[in-house]
Ligand binder design. Structure first.
Ligand SMILES: [Zn+2]
Length: 256
């Protein structure tokens, strides 16, 4: 079984900055944390609307406004595999839209998502699987794991410690967290002061920046190093006013 990094960074250390995942590096594992799932509390503005009447559909991409940073925002290719997921298409749209709201509203980064029902990895997209149960195919038993750009797993129903400002859907939090690793971020496990942070392990928090003056600017880290972090996945620059696309549920085709 692959070794996790949860125990080693449970202390007061801060994330020292970005580091692109090294080839063969240990996966970043997120162990379940004791605590109950939250009642549904809106975490971010929810403006979604989806049309799931067709077989191949696009979720809404009503993501709200991105922050103003250099007038440029980014979209990163992401293939989501649902081969072993139990989420309905409606739930999947909710989850993927929340993932994108978390990243878009804070960092001006969204994921250009294609959902597929096969396991073929992509050379131009990150690959993430939603799984109904652990252990994952790579043997890791956790809420989620980042093992590389094409080895990202996330539970349909992760067990997370409730925070004061929780996400609406725990699956969105764990997926957004693992994608944070894919964008070059490390854990921020500094105890309760970090509970609201997306890169804290095992909580429902989603903030990318804390009030601590010692905090690294995770958003700057992500935006500066994105191309190097994502392992060949396509990164599109979105100029002023350019919107993100809603997730494309492409579940009809059986894949290559
Ligand atoms: Zn993690």
């Amino acid at each position: 079984m692959l070794q996790g990094d949860e125990a080693s960074d449970a202390g007061a250390e801060r994330a020292p900055g970005v580091q692109a995942p090294a080839p063969g590096a240990l996966p970043t594992v997120d162990q379940p944390t004791a605590g109950s799932l939250p009642a549904r509390v809106p975490g971010l503005a929810d403006e979604r609307g989806s049309d799931l009447s067709g077989a191949s559909v696009r979720c809404s991409a009503a993501l709200g406004d991105p922050p103003t940073r250099n007038g440029v925002n980014y979209s990163v290719g992401l293939r989501v595999h649902v081969t072993r997921s139990g989420q309905s298409q409606t739930t999947l749209c909710d989850v993927l839209e929340e993932v994108n709201r978390i990243w878009w509203q804070q960092a001006g980064v969204c994921f250009d998502v294609e959902v597929v029902s096969h396991d073929e990895v992509s050379m131009t997209q990150l690959d993430l699987w939603f799984e109904s149960r652990a252990p994952f195919p790579n043997g890791v038993d956790a809420n989620g794991v980042y093992g590389g750009a094409h080895e990202i797993y996330s539970l349909d129903e992760p067990s997370l410690q409730l925070t004061r400002y929780p996400v609406a859907r725990p699956a969105a939090r764990t997926a957004a967290h693992e994608l944070g690793h894919a964008l070059g971020l490390r854990h921020q496990n500094c105890g309760s002061a970090c509970d609201e942070l997306l890169m804290r392990s095992g909580t429902t928090g989603f903030a990318l920046v804390s009030d601590s003056p010692a905090d690294v600017d995770e958003i700057d880290v992500v935006r500066t190093n994105m191309q190097a972090s994502v392992g060949g996945a396509a990164v599109r620059e979105l100029g002023g006013g350019q919107a993100c696309l809603g997730a494309l549920l492409n579940l009809v085709e059986s894949g290559p």
